[in-house]
Ligand binder design. Structure first.
Ligand SMILES: [Zn+2]
Length: 497
């Protein structure tokens, strides 16, 4: 009896100190916020599309218990939970012993959610807090994970798929700020039927509208005055959301207004700075509640403004496959990658290569670079080889590899996009090069497994095949392969958004 009592007490102390350590790590995230707007709405979820559940006035302090996108989940004095827009509050320091600093000793589901980034090489994920538990997954460098609990040197983390597992603290570092993409500019008006966010990446301005209910939206461009107009049918009556404060290289002002009361038709107007050529693309979500616009002065390519990592396979001491007349795969891979990069840069993409010369680069270093850049896609470029010289003349054609097992905690989340990327690249290569279509394959290659973004590996043709080796030596074929990869990426970004 005495012993049991002692254990209980020890258990409480351990829990308390772990709670304190947990907060030490998460200090980068706000544990409490103060309201900066005059009167700010509280909502049932992280967005203006959720119902209003209350109001708070300037200066009110709220304990933060979670975060999603630009929104904070807060606990009110009554104990109730609600969401508030991140741009209408500011983080505040919490004095020891106050309501929020005690949150660490509450059950883990109520602790402040914070984020860590996986550092170094890929890290093992376990079913419990220790290496003696089953290994259940791997997280690549750069992967961001939500920490929901701590035990000793171990963090319990939640993956994008919602599954929970453990990672050693030494494999991570804390992330400061919100983990999701934070737009450069946001609406300052969180009331209204239309939510707005916008950002500028390179020559491209990206604007997103979120509607309180599904709408039919028609986009049209007018030259005089220069503006883009989105006509919207299907909204209920009410305040649309005005005073959006956004200014980019191409857009000078964005505002919404009612065009007609019955049936209600509204429009959003984007005043443009140029009367010259403007291109735009639109992407509507399947539920018709989100409309995304991409605009650029001059031609707009889907790859424009994207961070793309190209990976010329092999290099240096590793020549890759060898052709019957001596072509080394590594040289073909590099040349095609350089040509592809040039073409992509001409279309406004930000392109990085994992090697730009004939040098050896470790496979893990290749994806680590892409992960740290936060690239949108990773494309590894290779030439194929028959398993034996006996098959050299028989094996020919183009194939593309991808990897995203549905049950993989990290990659399964990207399954559709990874397959789409592989499909777009394969189709374009086959169309442009005219080699035999060997199709898509899945394979657990290091570069496909450890890239945290959609990744594909193309085998353009067979170095080991005498005919294809001859083609792979030719400049025109290399140019055509590069153009095919560019068109494949265009196709991918058009579909993936
Ligand atoms: Zn290769």
């Amino acid at each position: 009896m005495y012993l049991k009592h002692w254990y209980l007490r020890a258990g409480f102390l351990v829990a308390f100190f772990l709670g304190a350590a947990f907060f030490g790590v998460c200090r980068a995230e706000a544990a409490a916020v103060a309201v900066t707007g005059d009167i700010v709405n509280l909502r049932s979820g992280p967005g203006t599309g959720y119902s209003k559940v209350g109001e708070v006035s300037r200066g009110t302090q709220l304990a933060v218990v979670g975060q999603s996108g630009g929104w904070y989940k807060v606990r009110l004095a009554s104990g109730a939970l609600a969401w508030i827009a991140g741009w209408l509050v500011k983080p505040v320091a919490v004095s020891p012993g106050s309501e929020t600093s005690r949150a660490g000793s509450l059950p883990s589901t109520q602790t402040t959610e914070c984020w860590v980034t996986v550092t170094g090489d890929y890290a093992n994920l376990y079913s419990g807090p220790g290496t003696n538990y089953a290994k259940v997954g791997e997280a690549s460098p750069g992967t961001q994970l939500a920490v929901i609990e701590q035990s000793g040197d171990w963090y319990k983390v939640r993956l994008q798929t919602g599954s929970e597992m453990w990672i050693n603290r030494s494999s991570t570092r804390p992330v400061s700020g919100a983990v999701s993409q934070v737009p450069v500019s946001r609406t300052r008006d969180e009331d209204g039927l239309i939510g707005f966010d916008a950002k500028e990446s390179g020559p491209v301005t990206e604007i997103g509208f979120t509607f309180v209910r599904p709408v039919d939206a028609q986009v049209s461009l007018s030259a005089v005055p220069p503006r883009l107009v989105v006509e919207i049918a299907g909204l209920p009556s009410g305040e649309l959301g005005k005073g959006w404060d956004f200014d980019s290289g191409i857009v000078s002002r964005v505002y919404a207004e009612w065009v007609r009361e019955e049936p209600p038709v509204a429009r959003v107007v984007l005043d443009l700075k140029t009367s010259g050529a403007v291109s735009y693309q639109t992407l509507s979500s399947p539920d018709k509640r989100v409309l995304k616009l991409r605009l650029a002065a001059g031609p707009l390519y889907a790859v424009s403004g994207r961070v793309i990592v190209l990976d010329p396979g092999h290099g240096g001491s590793d020549p890759g496959a060898l052709g019957p007349s001596g072509l080394q795969e590594k040289d073909f891979n590099l040349d095609v990658a350089l040509l592809t990069a040039e073409e992509l840069r001409g279309r406004g993409a930000q392109v990085f290569l994992t090697r730009e010369a004939d040098q050896y680069v470790d496979l893990y270093a290749r994806t680590a670079k892409a992960n740290s850049l936060g690239a949108a896609v990773f494309v590894s470029i290779h030439g194929n080889a028959a398993e034996s010289p006996r098959l050299a003349s028989l094996k020919a054609g183009t194939s593309t590899y991808w990897y995203a097992p549905a049950d993989d905690p990290v990659l399964g989340f990207q399954r559709e996009k990874r397959e789409l990327l592989a499909r777009c690249l394969q189709k374009s290569l086959v169309d442009k090069l005219g080699r035999k279509d060997l199709g898509l394959f899945t394979a657990n290659f290091v570069v496909l497994r450890t890239a945290t973004m959609p990744a594909a590996l193309v085998e353009v043709a067979f170095v080991s095949n005498p005919e294809e080796e001859g083609l792979m030596r030719a400049d025109w074929f290399r140019q055509a392969a590069a153009r095919a990869l560019v068109e494949g990426l265009e196709d991918y970004f058009q579909q993936a958004g």
